[in-house]
Design a protein around this ligand. Structure first.
Ligand code: ADP
Ligand code: MG
Length: 398
C-alpha cells in the first residue's frame, strides 16, 4: 500500500547532519546486549544514510530510567558497541544527550560516520514532550528521520519534537511497518484469516472490531475467548473473564454475522486445576468447564479447526498467544498456530504483538513468517486504525 509520508529516499542527505530516532530499546544485562532484533531492524536506514555520505546522529530510549540523570544500567553505550560490531560502521558514543558534550560530538562528526547519543529518557522532559528538548535535539540536525516504529505511538520529545523544526521523513523500517500493517486493510490477498489471542478482551476489542471490516475469517483464542463463551451462556469455571466486556463480545459476534465474516472460537480447551506447569489437566468442551478448573490452552479439536482455516489463507495476521505459552504444559496450542502459519507457504503472514513475536521466536519459526512487527503497542494501535503521532508529524509525500 502507498505510504503517504516522505522517506529518506525523497531527500538529499549528502554531507547533511541527519538526526535519526531509532528504537534501540533492547534487553541489556550487566552491559551485555541480549536480543539484537531491534538493532538489526534499524540497519537498512543507517546503512543507506552512511552510503549516501550523511553524518548520522542516532538517538533512542532504553528501559525505564527515572528521568533524573544517568543510570548506568540504561546506558546506550553497550548498544552503540553492538551496532558497530553488527554493522562494521564507524560508530562513536557520547555519554550526553542534551548538553554541551553532545553538541560538541555532533559538531565533530564527519560525513559517513555514526554518533550514538545517550538515552533520551535520562531527562524527564523527554516523556513530557517538552519543547525545549525538542529544540535542542533539532539543533543537532539538518534533517529529522523517524525510524523508531516501536515508539511511534508515543508523542514524546525525541519522537515527534524535532519534526516541528526540521524537514521530517520516515526511515525504511517505519515505512515497511506502516505499509505492511495498513496493507491488511487495503487490499489483502484473500482469504484473509486473522487470529487474535492473549489474555484480555479489553486490550484487543478495537483490533477485533476493525478486523471484522477486512478479514474473511476472525479466530479468537487464548484467555479472551472465555469472555465470549460466558457472554453466550457457557460455563467457564475459573477461566479468565472480563464480565464488563460480555456485551461488546456479543456485539462482535453480531458484527461478524452482518459482515459475512466467519468467526471461530475454541470448541475444546485444555483446563487445569492450578495456574502452574505441573497442574492436573484435562480436555474439556467449550462451555462445560466446571468450577475449580480454568482454561489455559486451546484443545486438540480446536487446533485442527484453526489450522484448517489457516491452511486455506492467502493472508494471515496473528496477534496474541492462544494459551499460556510461557508454561510448556500450555504452549501446544500456540505452537500449533505458529506451525500452521509456517506450513502455509502460499500466504503472506504478518505477526504483531510482543508476546506473539516472543512465541514465534521461542518455537524457532520466525524465518518462516513474511513479516514480524518490531512494535507491540504501535502495531496494535495501527491495526486498530488509530493514527501514530510520530508518523503524523512527518512531512507528507508530494
Ligand atoms: P501480545 O503481546 O502478543 O499482544 P497479549 O499481551 O495480549 O499478547 O497476551 C499474552 C498473554 O496472554 C500471555 O502472557 C499469555 O500467557 C496470556 N494468555 C493466553 N491465553 C491465556 C489463558 N487461557 N489464560 C490466561 N492467560 C492467557
Ligand atoms: Mg503482550
Amino acid at each position: 500500500m502507498a505510504f503517504t509520508k516522505k522517506t529518506i529516499r525523497d531527500i538529499d542527505v549528502d554531507g547533511k547532519r541527519v538526526l535519526v530516532r531509532v528504537d534501540f530499546n533492547v534487553p541489556v544485562a550487566d552491559g551485555v546486549v541480549g536480543d539484537t532484533t531491534r538493532i538489526k531492524a534499524a540497519l537498512p536506514t543507517i546503512n543507506y544514510l552512511v552510503e549516501h555520505n550523511a553524518r548520522v546522529i542516532l538517538m533512542s530510549h532504553l528501559g525505564r530510567p527515572k528521568g533524573e540523570g544517568a543510570e548506568p544500567q540504561f546506558s546506550l553505550e553497550p548498544v552503540a558497541a553492538k551496532l558497530a560490531e553488527l554493522s562494521g560502521l564507524d560508530v562513536t558514543f557520547v555519554a550526553d544527550t542534551y548538553g554541551d558534550e553532545a553538541a560538541a560530538a555532533v559538531e565533530a562528526l564527519e560525513p559517513g560516520k555514526v554518533l550514538v547519543l545517550e538515552n533520551v529518557r535520562f531527562d524527564k522532559r523527554e516523556k513530557k514532550n517538552d519543547p525545549e528538548i525538542a529544540k535542542t535535539l533539532a539543533s543537532y540536525g539538518d534533517v529529522f528521520v523517524l525510524d523508531a516504529f516501536g515508539t511511534a505511538h508515543r508523542a514524546q520529545g525525541s519522537v515527534v519534537g524535532p519534526a516541528a523544526y526540521l524537514p521530517a521523513v520516515a526511515g525504511f523500517l517505519l515505512e515497511k511497518e506502516v505499509s505492511t500493517l495498513s496493507g491488511l486493510f487495503a487490499e489483502p490477498k484473500r482469504p484473509f484469516v486473522a487470529i487474535l489471542g492473549g489474555s484480555k478482551v479489553s486490550d484487543k476489542i478495537g483490533v477485533i472490531d476493525r478486523l471484522l471490516d477486512s478479514a474473511d475469517t476472525v479466530i479468537v483464542g487464548g484467555g479472551m475467548a472465555y469472555t465470549f463463551t460466558k457472554a453466550q451462556g457457557g460455563k467457564i469455571g475459573n477461566s479468565l473473564c472480563e464480565d464488563d466486556w460480555c456485551d461488546r463480545a456479543l456485539e462482535m459476534l453480531e458484527k461478524a454475522k452482518k459482515n459475512g465474516v466467519q468467526f471461530l472460537l475454541p470448541i475444546d480447551n485444555v483446563v487445569a486445576d492450578d495456574f502452574a506447569n505441573d497442574a492436573n489437566t484435562k480436555v474439556c468442551a467449550t462451555g462445560e468447564i466446571e468450577d475449580g478448573w480454568e482454561g489455559l490452552d486451546i484443545g486438540p479439536e480446536t487446533e485442527k479447526l484453526f489450522a484448517d482455516a489457516i491452511a486455506g489463507a492467502k493472508t494471515v495476521f496473528w496477534n496474541g498467544p492462544c494459551g499460556v505459552f510461557e508454561m510448556d504444559t500450555f504452549a501446544h496450542g500456540t505452537k500449533s498456530i505458529a506451525e500452521a502459519i509456517a506450513a502455509n507457504t502460499e500466504c503472506d503472514s504478518v505477526i504483531g504483538g510482543g508476546d506473539s513475536v516472543a512465541a514465534v521466536n521461542k518455537f524457532g519459526l520466525a524465518d518462516k513468517m513474511t513479516f514480524i512487527s518490531t512494535g507491540g503497542g504501535a502495531s496494535m494501535q495501527l491495526v486498530e486504525g488509530k493514527p501514530l503521532p510520530g508518523v503524523e508529524a512527518l512531512n507528507d509525500a508530494e
